[in-house]
Write a protein that binds this ligand. Structure first.
Ligand code: ADP
Ligand code: MG
Length: 728
């Protein structure tokens, strides 16, 4: 039997798998596998804890000797729960997470077994860093890099292993991961934002960035997945004719969740809740077999750890349910791709959301201050922000008509736009009125308390204000959100610092504070207009308009990466202390290299599949038709055979044509690949892959998809779109 039918029969026999989770309430198991502050109280002496919490809350480094005491508590807690191993858990630039497990025991001099976990082991480890990409920071012979404990993200248990969230840096201190610069960026943002808050409230000590991610993904039955080598090796289908029915009827979005999928989701939620990931939302997405989940937002560092953790839990749980999770941004052509909306906001330690309109004029002036500073930062760094979400996989989503466009703009909605328009046109006296009692009134900006109408949403905007936060929607489903978040934090931090300088100069020159704030805000409203766009982000008109406005319109991913290395970006990352120039260069090297490797693999897989699966099937069908033609000639009188064979002639020729085009395409693609592989610089190689290989892959695919429509269904060995997306 052909692979495909075997896979289909297996897939259709898969029934919902019973969910293993206890009967109890969520509060009985939420964060049960996390060494929370509650758990710590049981295992660590009160005075040590006090110091630890104090250091963590104030962003101070943890003293080494304290790590020893903490390590003892951690080990006891973990072993009480059956743990035998521990690992530093970090986020290399390859994406995903990395871990190396070590047992808690060591052998004593006399050969006896000792249970041990020292402060040193908690604090720092030296994983063999040579096999992780560093973009040239470290040559591979000097395999010295180390991972170091991030005490602001609690340790947790997965199975028998204690996982310790860590940063990963080169021996010389350069970041080799996402967490290090993310932590630096939150510190920079906190400092810059706090100082701006002081215009309004002197008691603010810290400002934290929040992240609430929404993770989109596809599920495919594992039997069908196994019959698609392209899905297995590249995470996406490199070929496949569109299904007659896909998402046109819009019947999947928010529809009832299929039983097998629901069972998967329930188990995923249970496992996630145990490790403290506050998953709250689950639903179907737009495309068939596409789904989404979202937790409650948290501090960006913790939220990002949780997102990475959930991605690995998903893959594990899915297998148990005979599914494979597709986290690729565009696993299927012609239907929606998957993103990871990053809901971002800033919040003071006094509990104020700086991006939420307030209850009084003072709070609203503060709100407008932060809002326009974000606008300015996004305007200045729109190209850079695009670079943070660009990748070989997200490239297929950018610019397609169902995902954020390849131009970053900000949607504000009608009400906020009106507020800004009024402020822009007001004089300072109208804008801010200080009455005799020294009370301030924001004359034109009395923003109503609950202002945002939830229907005022624009799905085509890559960066949208949604009432009390910004939603960065261009981030890809497989990405580490840290890349985008650290750049956003850093850009806003730099911007806020600049804002404060401008206001302070005015105050020093004798302007009242409110007027100084108002003047700079007004200037920013005008300057940042070019980034605001509430229209249809997919339209061609917008592309032309954006070009005129001077926004970054580049669509080629290898060139988009250049935005990390502009003088402005280098200066911004340097002044905020988030990334050095050397780190930026190394990150870009890794990005180009990863891009090349991914495209190289895709191109090879496509070549193999075409030669080994597609063309043989086409040939077989063509031979059947040719035999039929001959048989007709034997059976019927000569004058009738041409008419009888007419349809077959047409199909035989079409198969011949497409096959010839495919063979030529594969030859050209192979040559182009060999040529590109000889280019020594990763950037130039990436440009070659993008410009010469990608278009050939598309071209080959078109012919393959045509053949799929012609060739006898019985002979086609690769599961088709209609099967991959609808069989449950
Ligand atoms: P949507 O309608 O966009 O799907 P959801 O209600 O699913 O919105 O929420 C999306 C995410 O936004 C959730 O993770 C939620 O916790 C998060 N979110 C809500 N308010 C904020 C905020 N102030 N800052 C950051 N994230 C937030
Ligand atoms: Mg959303």
């Amino acid at each position: 039997m052909n692979n495909r039918f075997e896979a289909l029969s297996k897939a259709t026999s898969h029934l919902p798998v019973a969910v293993s989770r206890p009967e109890g309430k969520v509060k009985d198991y939420f964060a049960a596998d996390v060494f929370t502050r509650e758990h710590m109280k049981e295992y660590i002496a009160a005075d040590v804890l006090q110091q630890l919490f104090d250091d963590v809350d104030n962003g101070r480094p943890i003293a080494r000797d304290m790590a020893n005491t903490v390590a003892i508590g951690i080990r006891k807690w973990a072993m009480d729960r059956g743990a035998t191993h521990y690992t530093h858990w970090f986020q290399p630039l390859t994406g995903g997470t990395a871990e190396k497990h070590d047992a808690f025991f060591t052998l004593g001099k006399d050969g006896s077994l000792l249970e041990e976990f020292t402060g040193e082991a908690l604090y720092q480890q030296e994983p063999d860093a040579s096999s992780f990409p560093s973009g040239g920071i470290r040559n591979t012979f000097e395999a010295r890099g180390y991972s170091a404990w991030d005490p602001s993200s609690p340790v947790f248990l997965i199975g028998d292993t204690l996982c310790i969230p860590t940063i990963f840096v080169a021996y010389t201190g350069e970041a080799l991961d996402y967490k290090t610069p993310l932590l630096r960026s939150t510190a920079a943002l906190s400092k810059a934002a706090r100082e701006v808050c002081w215009y309004f409230d002197k008691s603010v000590k810290q400002v934290r960035a929040n992240l609430g991610w929404e993770q989109e993904y596809f599920l495919v039955d594992d039997a069908l997945f196994d019959a698609r080598p392209d899905l297995m090796l590249t995470g996406r289908t490199l070929m496949g004719h569109g299904s007659a029915k896909n998402q046109q009827l819009e019947d999947h979005y928010f529809g009832a969740i299929p039983e097998r999928v629901l069972a998967f989701m329930q188990e995923l939620e249970y496992e996630s809740l145990r490790v403290g990931i506050p998953l709250r939302t689950r639903h179907n997405e737009v495309a068939p077999n596409q789904f989404e989940m979202a937790p409650q937002f948290e501090d960006v560092n913790l939220a990002n750890d949780h997102n990475l953790l959930v991605m690995s839990i998903m893959e594990r749980v899915a297998r148990k349910h005979h599914f494979r999770v597709l986290l690729h941004e565009k696993p299927f052509a012609g239907v929606n791709g998957s993103g990871k909306h990053c809901n971002w906001s800033m919040q003071t330690n006094t509990g104020v959301n700086l991006l939420a309109p307030g209850k009084n004029p003072y709070q609203n002036l503060q709100f407008v201050t932060f809002l326009v500073n974000v606008l300015m930062a996004v305007k200045k760094y729109n190209g850079l922000l695009k670079a943070t979400i660009a990748s070989a996989t997200n490239e297929h989503r950018l610019g397609a008509n169902e995902a954020p466009p390849a131009i970053i703009s900000v949607f504000l909605g009608k009400q906020i736009t009106e507020v800004l328009d009024k402020l822009e046109n007001a004089t300072a006296d109208e804008g801010i009125i200080i009455n005799a009692k020294k009370e301030m009134k924001l004359g034109v900006a009395n923003i109503p308390e609950i202002l945002l109408d939830n229907t005022d949403r624009n799905r085509t905007s890559p960066f949208a204000f949604t009432g009390n936060r910004f939603e960065f929607r261009a981030v890809g489903s497989s990405a580490n959100c840290g890349a985008a978040m650290l750049a956003l934090n850093a850009a806003v931090a730099e911007q806020l610092t600049e804002f404060r300088r401008s206001v302070d100069v005015r105050i020093e020159n004798g302007q009242p504070k409110e007027k100084a704030l108002f003047d700079v805000i007004k200037q920013y409203i005008i300057e940042s207009k070019t980034i605001r766009f509430d229209g249809n982000g997919y339209s061609d008109k917008w592309k032309q308009e954006a070009q005129k406005r001077g926004l970054d319109c580049e669509t080629s991913v290898p060139l988009i990466f250049d935005r990390y290395l502009t003088p402005e970006a280098i200066k911004m990352f340097h002044s905020t202390g988030v990334l050095t120039e050397a780190e930026l260069h190394s990150r870009c090297e890794v990005k180009w290299e990863t891009y090349n490797k991914k495209l190289q693999i895709e191109s090879r897989v496509l070549g193999d599949l075409v030669i080994n699966h597609v063309l043989p099937a086409a040939k077989r069908y063509q031979t059947m038709l040719l035999k039929n033609v001959l048989t007709v000639k034997q059976v019927f009188p000569a004058e009738e055979t041409d008419a009888l064979n007419e349809q077959d002639y047409i199909i035989i020729r079409r198969i011949e044509q497409h096959s010839a085009d495919i063979i030529r395409g594969v030859e050209q693609m192979t040559q182009a690949r060999h040529k590109a592989n000889r280019i020594p610089q990763e950037r130039e190689k990436a440009i070659a892959y993008h410009d010469t290989i990608l278009p050939l892959m598309e071209q080959i695919r078109t012919h393959v998809d045509e053949l799929e429509m012609i060739v006898d269904d019985e002979l086609w060995a690769l599961p088709k779109y209609r099967e991959l997306m609808f069989v449950r």
